[in-house]
Design a protein around this ligand. Structure first.
Ligand SMILES: NC(=O)c1ccc[n+]([C@@H]2O[C@H](COP(=O)([O-])OP(=O)(O)OC[C@H]3O[C@@H](n4cnc5c(N)ncnc54)[C@H](OP(=O)(O)O)[C@@H]3O)[C@@H](O)[C@H]2O)c1
Length: 308
């Protein structure tokens, strides 16, 4: 269990998950939080990260920084993605070990599982098949992070754990239409259509594919839960436990944003994988379940988006 006075470093605290982790930790009474913006501490810079860990000596580390940017970044900037993510996480894991950090939580991603993985995706499926080629660079960096934590645990007896979250959404998400994921992208589209009094919103694909979404505050809660209750090297999934079709999701967002026009599904555009859902049995057996239903999470996300 983390002591309430423990010194905790949240790497990537200005991102969606990092900001939620700070909120959750503060609410739970942890006040000795250490944060650095990307301009104060460049995580890809080895000597800066080394100096930071030797000076600050945090006891616990949440490793949440990431370079990402949706499918376009995956296709156009794979070199940047693999370099930035590998470099930043490698520096943090290595110097966390040197600084004798008590526990570190590495944040993976469900794209580490094979493209044709049996659904729902179980932890054992890791490295059992080829990855989806469009996000291979990002997924490989994540797999290296997981394997690096396991290697350090073996050789240096560290306590570095890895969680594999499903798609996350919520306040501080990226709402830029060029690089956003499906939920913030749809929220922005519906909002703009409402403001511009458009009669319809065009959505890529048939709407039939099914995806799983976890509200970011629930994800932060899962991370705290794992930091306190899980100490195995094997990865563990964190998901909502249920999936939804993109059509149903779009209808909820239409409702939440109060857009009163039509939805047009462009089925000439690709749907991607028909189905993607994490198996959350392992986490549920430990006693953790997501609390926020999709509509409630979307209402909170939309409220935050309208303020920015
Ligand atoms: N979002 C999802 O649906 C999802 C799904 C599965 C897994 N995950 C994982 O969950 C974690 C958090 O994701 P997120 O979507 O919450 O992140 P995010 O909102 O994109 O935020 C990432 C943060 O990392 C910082 N960062 C990136 N590179 C950095 C560097 N070199 N030095 C310092 N800071 C750097 C960014 O700062 P700047 O903006 O200042 O660069 C930003 O504040 C990641 O490991 C991600 O892979 C996310």
């Amino acid at each position: 269990m983390m002591n309430k006075n423990a010194k905790i470093f949240i790497a990537g605290h200005e991102g969606m998950s990092g900001a939620a982790l700070v909120r959750s930790l503060k609410t739970a009474g942890f006040n000795y939080l250490v944060t650095r913006s990307s301009s104060q501490l460049v995580l890809t810079n080895q000597s800066e990260v080394r100096k930071f860990f030797l000076q600050e000596k945090p006891e616990y580390v949440f490793l949440a920084p990431v370079k990402e940017g949706g499918i376009l970044a995956n296709i156009n900037y794979p070199a940047e993605l693999i370099y930035m993510n590998l470099q930043a996480q490698t520096n943090i894991i290595h110097f966390a070990c040197e600084a004798k950090v008590k526990r570190l939580l590495f944040l993976g991603s469900s794209c580490i599982y094979p493209k044709f993985c049996l659904q729902p995706m179980r932890e054992e499926a890791l490295l059992t098949g080829l990855l989806e080629p469009t996000n291979e660079a990002y997924a490989i960096a994540k797999i290296v992070g997981i394997k690096m934590c396991q290697a350090y645990n073996k050789q240096y007896n560290t306590n570095f754990i890895s969680v594999v979250p499903t798609n996350i959404y919520g306040p501080h998400d990226n709402f830029d239409l060029k690089t956003s994921h499906v939920i913030p992208g749809l929220i922005r589209k519906f909002y703009q259509a409402k403001i511009e009094r458009k009669k319809e919103v065009l959505i890529w694909g048939s709407g039939a594919s099914r995806r799983e979404f976890l509200f970011v505050d629930d994800f932060a809660d899962a991370c705290l839960f794992l930091m306190n209750n899980y100490n195995q090297s094997e990865i563990i999934n964190a998901g909502y436990g249920k999936d939804i079709s993109i059509r149903e999701l779009a209808l909820i967002i239409k409702d939440v944003t109060e857009f009163d026009g039509e939805l047009i599904f462009d089925d000439t555009k690709p749907d991607g994988m028909p189905h993607k859902l994490l198996d959350t049995n392992k986490m549920n057996k430990l006693g953790w379940y997501a609390k926020t239903d999709l509509k409630k999470g979307l209402i909170k996300t939309y409220a935050w988006f309208k303020e920015i």
